[in-house]
Design a protein around this ligand. Structure first.
Ligand code: G3I
Length: 388
């Protein structure tokens, strides 16, 4: 006798399979009534994680605790398709540390428990960032106490999940060339309070908290072949070189990979050079937040948009996975239903009457063409030594 929960899980997965069958039937790829084979087509050996694992890759997704708790299909799809998760919100400074002397671990604990239950690895995101700071930060943190507050936060959180985290985004988005510094560092609150050596302090503290986690520097806007990304890549590599030269324990570079379906820029050369340079410093490379923003596509037809988005997934992943230093690919969410992109100001301004379609599963948890493009890119990638 199966439990109610298992029954709901199987119903949720069957819904995915049935939905897939509808897609394939529409595309004339399968007759109605073959849900079982359609479902099997994307499950088990057909899953993203199975195809990734064959090449030594981890396949992951950002996770929202709301949908994980409230939508059976969300958790079922996560467990079926991925072997790596990262909290979209729950491990950030503000959500974890809502008051100066109070931590809130329920959501992060639930994510780690879900991952352990399903044999998944966990990314921690993130210790030090200029966003997601708690309301008390501005009125409490000073130049005198900032080091103590930052290091105590890292030691408390890193220590709680010691041995359970595959990699931590120790510092997120520290480069902002527009701030005008020769080193390109962002004038973030942590920078203003501690100075440029906040980065080395953060990595050394994170290593002390969790000797096993791969300590990662995570950045966006370093993907395209254009002047802005060139400058940001150069500043990012210079920062990593300084940290490594100082003996700071940095193990990996996270390339966020928030990509546009339509862009005046292309990608390839700059990405390859970036990954080569990171590899040359002995760093692993992770695609940490992949999604493809389709607001630039004029055609409203979902099938047309899906085809273009899938093409970008294919081209982008083919470019990055050529290199064996790349060890994992995470999308920033698994289903279009919960993409952060629908909440951005640019989306509300440009496409007020359209929902974004940026991820491998649509709002009904049906695999999109991007799902198949990801799987194909994994299959075409050279095999590599699996991530630590
Ligand atoms: O939970 C509160 C809710 O109680 C409140 O009513 C509501 C309105 O203020 O806010 C809710 O919190 C929001 C949270 O997402 C959860 O939905 C925050 O305001 C909002 O700022 C937050 O946005 C997240 C953002 O990071 C900042 O933390 C996005 O969902 C998340 O996708 C985004 O992810 C970032 C990565 O961490 C770093 N790389 C870029 C990426 C996209 O910006």
């Amino acid at each position: 006798m199966i439990t109610r929960r298992e029954c709901m899980r199987q119903a949720a997965l069957a819904a995915c399979g049935l939905a897939l069958m509808e897609t394939q039937a529409l595309q004339g790829l399968a007759e109605p009534g073959v849900a079982e084979s359609a479902e099997a087509e994307i499950r088990g050996q057909g899953s993203l994680k199975a195809h990734a694992r064959k090449r030594g890759l981890l396949a992951g997704s950002a996770v929202g605790l709301g949908p994980l708790r409230n939508e059976e299909a969300y958790g079922a799809t996560l467990a079926e398709q991925y072997n790596l998760v990262v909290g979209e919100i729950c491990m950030k400074f503000g959500p974890l540390h809502p008051k100066p002397d109070t931590y809130f671990f329920d959501d992060a604990d639930a994510l780690v428990a879900f991952a352990e239950q399903h044999g998944m690895k966990v990314r921690g995101h993130n210790f030090v960032w200029h966003e997601a700071l708690p309301a008390w930060f501005a009125g409490t943190v000073t130049k005198e106490n900032a080091r103590k507050i930052m290091t105590e936060h890292i030691l408390t959180v890193g220590g709680r999940y010691k041995g359970k985290i595959q990699s931590w985004d120790v510092v997120n988005e520290a480069i902002n060339v527009a701030d005008g510094r020769p080193d390109g560092l962002r004038k973030s609150p942590w920078f203003e309070m501690i100075g440029p050596d906040y980065l080395e302090l953060a990595y050394r503290t994170a290593r002390q908290a969790d000797p096993k986690a791969k300590l990662t520097y995570n950045e966006y806007g370093i993907e395209y072949d254009n002047e802005s990304a060139d400058r940001k890549r150069a500043a990012t590599l210079a920062l990593l070189k300084r940290l490594k030269a100082a003996g700071a324990p940095v193990d990996a570079l996270g390339i966020q990979s928030h990509i546009q379906a339509v862009s005046s820029s292309t990608f390839g050369k700059g990405l390859r050079e970036l990954i080569d340079a990171a590899d040359g410093m002995g760093l692993e490379v992770y695609v940490t937040e992949l999604d493809v923003n389709d607001d630039g596509i004029e055609d409203d037809d979902p099938a047309a948009r899906d085809r273009i988005v899938a093409g970008v997934y294919r081209d982008y992943l083919t470019a990055v996975l050529e290199h064996k230093a790349v060890k994992s690919v995470l999308t920033w969410g698994l289903t279009d239903k919960h993409t952060w992109l629908n909440g951005t100001k640019s989306h509300r301004q440009k496409r007020p009457n359209r929902q974004e379609r940026p991820l491998p599963f649509d709002a009904d948890y049906k695999p999109t063409p991007a799902f198949f493009a990801m799987r194909d890119a994994f299959d075409k990638a050279p095999s590599r030594e699996a991530a630590g």
